[in-house]
Each structure stands twice: as structure tokens, then as C-alpha cells.
Design a protein. Structure first.
Length: 284
């Protein structure tokens, strides 16, 4: 019997260096580092075409973990909503074609001129339910990702794990949750909601980065793991205790790191993950 303690799988989200590398360069670099899965973006798949994307993935031996994304879903008019639904369904079709594990649902924020957060949340849930009906026959899971409350106006109306879990409870099978530490680390209910998510078997991914002090830009100043104030090891232990056995996914939106050599970014991210996210039995 092999009793070797295994590091969690590491997955890199293309957002971490997509300002410098296209999909081909990104997946080639992941392969050079011994990674076998990556999280990819719909606009890159559209740019290369389905056949091109599948060829790049096959050449590098890289499978698709997360797929970013279906949405935004909240429109200002009936026609706008219809177009957004159509675009979301097409994104799901492409995700299925490349064999993605799950697709991020990006709600978007308030419609232009609106102050109706409750209405936006109801609209988002209805739109997600409609997408779910399309996703189930494709065998693609939908993933809700609560974002930081400061992004409520223009990027998200799901702002806590508790809200995401409530939506999953209502919508049923085929939908789960991505837990991104940048967005949820501050929540006093975090551990309880992680356990709730895990008990339902709906943790689809665990995204890592760090919160810098000071933070210069709420969207584009995420830190490299270990450079900020998030208790990454503590949250990882909660994720493990909740039953998650999937990969650790690095997703860093950062002007600072986008301006670095992408090979350095990749090497640094992998090294930090191996330092911080160790098997439970290896902790001292």
C-alpha cells in the first residue's frame, strides 16, 4: 500500500497570466510544469475555435477544469435578457465540447440605472435556473461564485456563501459553488458555510490568492499567496474537513503580477501552493 502523503493537485486559472500568454502559450507552460488540468476562458475558446482549443489541449495533455464563464445574466430590457440567455447557453455548449468540469456563472451587477438589488437577485436566480435546464443534459455543472460585497454594483449580486448555498438548495442537482478566498475570507459565517457546502457535496473548486493591505484596486490588485492577510492554511483545513478533495486553483487578477515574466508568475504560484497547502498528515 502506498502511504505517501500527496500534495493537492494544482490548477492555474488562465486569468493569472492571460495578459501575457494566449491559450496555447499558457497550456504549454502548464504542461512544462507537470500540471494536467487548467481553467480556461470562453473568449479564448471562441478565438481559437472549438477544434483549435481541443487540439491545443490534446497537444499539451491538459484537461479543462473550470470554464470562465456564462454571463453576465442581468439585463435592462426583455430583449437584453434574451440575448444574455442565448450567449450563456452557447458558452455552456462550448464548455461541454472541451470537456470542462464546471462553468462559472457570472451574474453581473445591477442593470444600468437600477437600484433594485432584490429584483436583480431574483432575475439572476431565474436566469440561472434556465441555464441549469440547458446544462443538465450536457453533463456540465454550473458553479456559483460569491464575490466580495464591494463588487455588488457592477459585477455580482451573489455576495456570500450563505446566499450561494440557498440558491443551490432551491435549484437542485447540477449546480454547486466555487469558494474563492479573496471574496469570502472576511465572513464570520465562513467555516459554517464551508461545512454546509461540503455536506451537500457542492464544493466544485477552491480558488486561492491573497488580500493585500493596502489594496489599491478591488478587482486588479489580488496578492500572491502568502503576501497578504488571509489565513490560507486555516481555510484550506476547513475545506478539507468539509470533504473537498479537488485541486487548489490559483486565480490572481493583478496588474503587478501581469507585468512580471509569466514564467516567474507560474513558478512562484506553484511554489507557494506547495508550501501552503500541504496534506493533513504532513502538518506539524
Amino acid at each position: 500500500m502506498d502511504n505517501t502523503l500527496k500534495q493537492p493537485e494544482i490548477v492555474i486559472n488562465h486569468a493569472t497570466m492571460r495578459e501575457r500568454w494566449d491559450m496555447a502559450a499558457f497550456l504549454s507552460a502548464c504542461a512544462r510544469c507537470g500540471l494536467t488540468r487548467a481553467s480556461i476562458w470562453d473568449d479564448e475558446v471562441k478565438r481559437t475555435g472549438i477544434a483549435g482549443a481541443r487540439s491545443i489541449m490534446a497537444e499539451n495533455g491538459i484537461g479543462a477544469f473550470g470554464y470562465n464563464r456564462a454571463g453576465p445574466l442581468i439585463g435592462a430590457t426583455v430583449e437584453d435578457n434574451r440575448q444574455k440567455q442565448d450567449a450563456g447557453r452557447r458558452a455552456l455548449d462550448r464548455a461541454a465540447e472541451v470537456g470542462a468540469d464546471h462553468v462559472l456563472v457570472f451574474s453581473g451587477g445591477l442593470a444600468p440605472g437600477s437600484r433594485d438589488m432584490a429584483g436583480a437577485r431574483a432575475q439572476m436566480e431565474d436566469a440561472t435556473a434556465a441555464l441549469l435546464e440547458h446544462a443538465r443534459p450536457l453533463g456540465v455543472k454550473l458553479a456559483l461564485e460569491p464575490l466580495h460585497p464591494m463588487l455588488a454594483a457592477d459585477r455580482a449580486v451573489i455576495l456570500s456563501l450563505s446566499h450561494a448555498n440557498d440558491i443551490c438548495d432551491r435549484l437542485g442537482p447540477g449546480i454547486g459553488v466555487v469558494i474563492d478566498v479573496y471574496h469570502v475570507w472576511w465572513d464570520e459565517r465562513l467555516e459554517a458555510e464551508i461545512m454546509r457546502t461540503g455536506a451537500a457535496g457542492r464544493i466544485l473548486a477552491f480558488h486561492v490568492n491573497d488580500w493585500l493591505v493596502p489594496t489599491r484596486h478591488i478587482l486588479k490588485d489580488r496578492g500572491m499567496m502568502g503576501d497578504g492577510v488571509i489565513d490560507l492554511g486555516g481555510i484550506w483545513r476547513q475545506i478539507e474537513a468539509a470533504g473537498y478533495r479537488g485541486p487548489v486553483e490559483v486565480e490572481i487578477f493583478s496588474e503587478r503580477w501581469w507585468n512580471e515574466d509569466p514564467d516567474l508568475v507560474l513558478d512562484t504560484a506553484i511554489a507557494r501552493c506547495r508550501e501552503l497547502f500541504v496534506p493533513a498528515g504532513a502538518r506539524t
